[in-house]
Write a protein that binds this ligand. Structure first.
Ligand SMILES: Cc1cc2nc3c(=O)[nH]c(=O)nc-3n(C[C@H](O)[C@H](O)[C@H](O)COP(=O)(O)O)c2cc1C
Length: 431
């Protein structure tokens, strides 16, 4: 069983993967789609015909004016806790390269922007020279395969513990409200602990945190070699702790009305854009998830405001998690929809959560999203693109190894070819 769970703490609530209600294509979108290719280049000299139903998912896409993608599949950010301390390991290069396909956007696991940002053991960092050195071969392995690699910038805020903090102080948040739901615990070297009461950030600490995001972005792009960064504003972590009014009870200009609760997120976006250029910056938000007790009383109003404000920056993309997802499990209110945000946001829109190839293709075809991020199924199927093209069955994902420390469930999910070889070897052994 996984010893730590950054985004999972509940059993799966069985629910069919279903397409969220669809929007008309964003007419104001700056993104341009071109016609679908008839064959798709999987890399390594292999290409396959694109079946008609998969054509939307395998159509090229210009991302933010800078990156030419060959398809609409995105590798979702997935924490795997295989770093040693905060140093990414060579196994990460193998893991990401196994899943890298030319012209595919991949987003890294959440990566800590400072030591105080950390809330999960063995999650990597972006603030020490040795971390950046260790990222270089990982990034190179992905880029050598022709994929586009963004690093997810992570500050866990109150989802941390004094054991991880400088001087053992309480972790940073928008307020002193702690995570109280009993299903959420923080794992330290002393085992599982209840989440502590955080400290409400002072104005200096807010300024510092904004600067920390910008510095981490520069480190990611200029030192480690990532193509861009995704600011993690989702799933109940620091930025979400400012956005959501179930957490943020401030009475200054960072709390209260939506404009104030959005201020920190927008300051981070601005600083990160200044640091690396807006066309290398994405933002992830989860309007509806209650993960880590992060709920908002007016998710539509709050996130529409944000989406509209983001139009001014010319970001690479806005990435949103479907309402059916709470952290990493399907649950929640299926009546809600990302549609209003898709309409309010004029740039590239990525939807994530509960998608398989067919529902992702339908989401692109209908204009619900420009790109679709895949988490669990792509994690468990390094040749996800190929399986989609062949309508091949998928390996099941193993929840127990999502966050475990070994290579099992990390490097050993088989490709179709490996499965066939195993079957052939088993058949030969029987004869
Ligand atoms: C093992 C695991 C780790 C995850 N880590 C992150 C993370 O670091 N950052 C993030 O924004 N979301 C994270 N998520 C959420 C996924 O990006 C995604 O939103 C979620 O799995 C739903 O998509 P899916 O149905 O395609 O799996 C994680 C999910 C899983 C399964």
């Amino acid at each position: 069983m996984a010893s730590q769970s950054p985004v999972v703490a509940r059993p799966v609530v069985a629910s069919p993967t279903k397409l969220a209600s669809v929007a008309t294509p964003a007419s104001a979108s700056t993104a341009t789609a071109t016609t679908a290719a008839t064959t798709f280049d999987l890399g390594g000299g292999e290409s396959l015909p694109v079946p008609a139903d998969m054509a939307p998912l395998f159509s090229p896409y210009r991302l933010g004016g800078r990156f030419q993608l060959s398809n609409r599949i995105v590798y979702a950010p997935l924490t795997r806790m295989r770093a040693t301390g905060t140093i990414p390991q060579p196994s990460a290069a193998t893991y990401y390269a196994q899943r890298a396909v030319p012209g595919t956007l991949m987003i890294s696991e959440g990566t800590n922007i400072t030591s105080d940002a950390l809330g999960y053991m063995n999650s990597p960092g972006l603030y020490l020279p040795e971390q950046l050195e260790a990222w270089k071969p990982v990034v190179k392995a992905v880029k050598d395969k022709g994929a586009v690699f963004f690093c997810q910038l992570w500050h866990t805020g109150r989802a941390s513990h004094p054991d991880f903090q400088t001087g053992g102080r309480p972790p940073l948040s928008s307020s002193t409200r702690r995570i109280t739901s009993p299903e959420y615990t923080v794992y330290t070297a002393n085992g599982p602990q209840p989440y502590p009461a955080p400290r409400a950030a002072t104005h200096e600490e807010i300024k510092q945190a904004v600067a920390d995001y910008a510095r981490a972005a520069k480190n990611a792009v200029e030192v480690a070699g990532f193509d861009g960064v995704e600011i993690h504003g989702a799933n109940g972590y620091l930025i979400d702790q400012f956005i959501k009014d179930s957490i943020n009870d401030r009475t200054d200009e960072y709390g209260g009305p939506i404009e104030n609760r959005a201020r920190f997120a927008l300051e981070v976006v601005e600083a990160v854009c200044e640091a690396v250029g807006a066309d290398r910056v994405g933002l992830r938000l989860s309007p509806f998830t209650g993960f880590l007790d992060a709920l908002d009383s007016t998710p539509y109003a709050t996130h529409t405001y944000l989406a509209e404000k983001l139009n001014a920056f010319g970001l690479a993309y806005l990435h949103m998690v479907e309402p059916r997802i709470v952290g990493i499990v399907e649950s929640g209110n299926h009546a809600d929809s990302l549609e209003p945000f898709r309409r309010a946001y004029q740039g590239t829109f990525i939807a994530a959560g509960g998608y398989k190839a067919d529902s992702g293709a339908a989401a692109v075809a209908s204009g619900h999203a420009d790109l679709v991020a895949y988490g669990r199924w792509y994690l468990a199927n390094p040749d996800f693109h190929k399986r989609a093209l062949l309508h091949a069955p998928l390996n099941k994902y193993d929840r127990d190894t999502f966050y475990s420390s070994g290579m099992e469930g990390y490097l050993d999910y088989p490709t179709l070819e490996q499965l066939q070889q195993r079957q052939a070897a088993a058949a030969a052994a029987q004869n």
